[in-house]
Ligand binder design. Structure first.
Ligand SMILES: Cc1cc2nc3c(=O)[nH]c(=O)nc-3n(C[C@H](O)[C@H](O)[C@H](O)COP(=O)(O)O)c2cc1C
Length: 290
């Protein structure tokens, strides 16, 4: 009743865990898989070689259910990707096209889906700084992987344009949205609180932005979409589906309230679908006027 297929990948339900939320520690991920049985986990973004995270503080609370992080894509390198007992969507990044392509080829065997991160705002020359090359990156990644390739974009003014380029390059789907670049200053010291200076805003406060971006991209291209952004309730998840998401990723809710909240969200979502007597396939894009 809740199962879905995303780019040919069978999922038990449309709710997955977003990138960067579960640390890239195989033993911990295995425990999460066993205990909470998410239909899939997106890994934190892997690069070809290990990257040190920025110094603390890397995550601050900026409002009710709203956070700002600048971890800076710190990760142990793609060779540390291990099977963990759940379906893995493997997020890959890099500071050059070649690095992203090599990382994707090494992720291929353990990934159900490869997600290219060209949107993280938290490390110079990575993530968002690679977005202009998205079409060429996707083309080359498609050449080295047998798995569906998704591209993760941020909520910028040119998101339509980048979505079009990613799809032209051969992307099988899009992940929308990454965090939004912000800043918070300590008024006593007059210095930014995050060690990196800026950070990516996530959580409740970006939900309407996610709704609008997914709506606009779905309206123009109708691709397969993993919708992410401030999903805190079953209604939030359904809303992202109504504007075009086929699958919904949950991030900050888990940071704010723990993995139990993800379990509760899934239960509430199943109940809501049952109570409304809706067919999930028909829900996708139902709020988008073409
Ligand atoms: C602490 C933290 C780390 C994140 N790390 C990554 C990452 O490594 N790669 C990525 O593509 N997105 C990363 N994200 C972005 C999330 O996957 C998600 O797109 C964003 O937080 C919006 O969803 P949310 O409001 O449900 O958190 C991170 C988010 C947070 C809060």
């Amino acid at each position: 009743m809740y199962s879905t297929r995303l780019a040919g990948v069978e999922l038990e339900d449309p709710l997955i865990i977003a990138s960067g939320i579960i640390p890239d520690v195989p033993e911990y991920m295995s425990r999460v898989c066993k205990q909470y049985k998410p239909s899939a986990i997106t890994t934190k973004t892997f690069t070809l070689h290990p990257l040190e995270p920025h110094g603390p503080p890397t995550l601050i609370r900026v409002g009710d259910g709203c956070y700002m992080n600048a971890i800076g894509l710190g990760n142990p390198g793609i060779s540390e990707l291990k099977p963990v007992g759940c379906k893995l969507f493997v997020s890959v990044g890099g500071s050059s096209k070649d690095e992203i392509v090599k990382t994707a080829s090494l992720a291929n065997d353990l990934a159900e889906i490869i997600e290219i991160n060209v949107s993280s705002p938290n490390r110079r020359s990575y993530g968002a700084d690679m977005a202009q090359q998205v079409k060429e990156i996707v083309k080359d990644v498609k050449g080295v992987t047998t798995k569906p390739v998704f591209v993760k974009l941020g909520p910028w003014d040119n998101v339509q344009d980048l979505a079009g380029k990613a799809l032209e390059g051969g992307a099988d789907g899009l992940t929308l949205i990454n965090t939004l670049k912000g800043m918070k200053v300590d008024v006593i010291s007059a210095k930014p609180i995050l060690s990196y200076g800026t950070g990516g805003i996530s959580g409740r406060c970006i939900h309407p932005l996610a709704v609008r971006v997914i709506h606009d991209v779905y309206k123009e291209y109708s691709p397969e979409i993993i919708g992410i952004g401030g999903v805190f309730s079953a209604e939030d998840a359904l809303e992202l589906m109504e504007v075009g998401a086929k699958v919904v990723g949950v991030g900050t809710l888990i940071i704010d309230q723990g993995l139990e909240a993800f379990e509760t969200l899934r239960r509430d979502f199943h109940r809501l679908v049952q109570e409304m007597g809706i067919n999930l396939t028909e829900v996708i894009g139902s709020a988008v006027k073409k």
